[in-house]
Design a protein around this ligand. Structure first.
Ligand SMILES: C=C(OP(=O)(O)O)C(=O)O
Ligand SMILES: [Mg+2]
Length: 399
């Protein structure tokens, strides 16, 4: 009864005002699922291919939709995703676009859940999911590819690790965001917002560390539970001609490793994503060896949610966690396989949004379904709160 009877694809707006792909999947028994593809700005070199939405939609209509309709069951996610891969025929979804693939994959999962009458996290994760919730990593201050004239480091992320509930964690991050704004005001620094709603002030990274430390500690005192912070350095974006560029200054790889290790200790960082270039497994391994006992070293552009790249990392001890972005790889099956490989090897999975997002809240369910310890999905702004509020609803049994 979950046989797919129609797949509709359209262009909708994303949060940057760009077009993206939305998919509607209908099943024989009236099950319905809708999902939209997100889109990155600081994309990894090895990500699956995002095609211009018009091309992606036309190609998916031609190659994928006929193989899915009346042939495949929405409730069987592996069958849906294997069909998408077969319809595409390439390694990296360059034919139908990872944006079409991920929208259909997620919409089919929602249709499958709808037929079952189960919440998506339970359809994907099983009957015993729904008691554990991820700590939200909230982007409070940022720059890099997400904002002009702001910090070199892409994201300074609040991490309310001691919050008694996911709801209190979500509100704690919003408070840190508000407190950071007050501190910027007190310092007379005007701040626009970056793509994800983080403050994008024209300050040095050193100042941003200070402001973040103060904001986190003020809110921690007010709320009475532990709040720490972390970073997405997005170092591949800074790496050119063999060195890391911080404005006019540069750091060699050894200096970058020393710098990150020092910041981990000075600010008791709980999380550092992409501290080194996406090709530098060795550097990742060295840093993980140095500070991996006290912080998460997470591979985003390094692994691109790809099990082959993750296995290469596991082989050399590069990183102790992986960022999971379904659109980096194209299907939910691939994303789940990456989570499973990571957890079999003692690595944490961090489920993540992209800088270009929609109201789609699938990743909230994905985080609960995979029992992920962290989710990175912003702090404020509608396309971010869509996921955060969905986490609150899941915890409240209201989905
Ligand atoms: C969310 C991120 O940004 P983007 O979507 O631009 O890759 C990231 O780098 O983790
Ligand atoms: Mg990243």
């Amino acid at each position: 009864m979950t046989r797919i009877t129609s797949v509709a694809l359209r262009r909708v707006l994303d949060s940057r005002g760009n077009p993206t792909v939305e998919a509607d999947v209908l099943t024989e028994s009236g099950g319905f699922g809708r999902a939209a593809a997100p889109s990155g700005a600081s994309t990894g070199e090895y990500e699956a291919i995002e095609l211009p939405p018009t091309e992606a939609i036309a190609a998916a209509r031609r190659h994928a939709v006929p193989r899915l309709v009346d042939e495949v069951h929405a409730g069987n996610q592996r069958e849906v995703d294997a069909t998408l891969r077969a319809a595409d025929g390439s390694e990296n979804f360059s034919e139908i676009g990872a944006n079409s693939a991920v929208a259909i994959s997620m919409a089919a999962a929602k249709a499958g859940a709808d037929v079952l009458g189960a919440p998506l996290y339970q359809h994907l994760g099983g009957a015993f999911r729904g008691d554990n919730f991820p700590t939200p990593l909230g982007n409070v201050i940022g720059g890099g590819e997400h904002a002009k004239e702001a910090t070199n480091i892409q994201e300074f992320l609040a991490a309310p690790v001691g919050a008694p509930s996911v709801s209190e964690a979500v509100f704690a991050n919003a408070k840190v965001h508000a407190r950071a704004s007050e501190i910027l005001d007190e310092r007379g620094v005007p701040a626009a917002k970056g793509d994800e709603g983080a403050w994008a002030p024209p300050v040095s990274d050193a100042d941003a560390f200070e402001i973040m430390g103060e904001a986190v500690s003020d809110v921690e005192d007010e709320l009475g539970f532990e709040i720490r912070f972390g970073l997405d350095i997005a170092a591949s974006e800074m790496f050119e001609d063999g060195v890391y560029h911080y404005g006019d200054e540069t750091k060699t790889t050894d200096e970058q490793i020393d710098y990150v290790a020092e910041m981990v200790d000075e600010y008791d960082l709980v999380y550092v994503e992409d501290p080194l270039d996406e090709n530098d497994y060795e550097g990742f391994a060295e840093l993980t060896e140095r500070v991996g006992d006290r912080t998460l070293i997470c591979g985003d552009d390094l692994f691109v949610t790809n099990v082959d790249r993750l296995q290469d990392g596991i082989d050399v001890g590069a990183a102790n966690s992986i960022l999971i972005k379904p659109n980096q790889i194209g299907t939910l099956t691939d994303a789940f396989d990456a989570v499973e490989l990571a957890s079999r090897n003692g690595m944490d999975a961090v489920i993540s949004h992209r800088s270009g997002e929609t109201e789609d809240a699938t990743i909230a369910h994905l985080a609960v379904a995979t029992d992920a310890p962290f989710i990175k999905t912003g702090t404020v702004q509608g396309e971010r709160t869509a996921k955060l509020n969905e986490l609150i609803r899941i915890a409240d049994d209201a989905v």
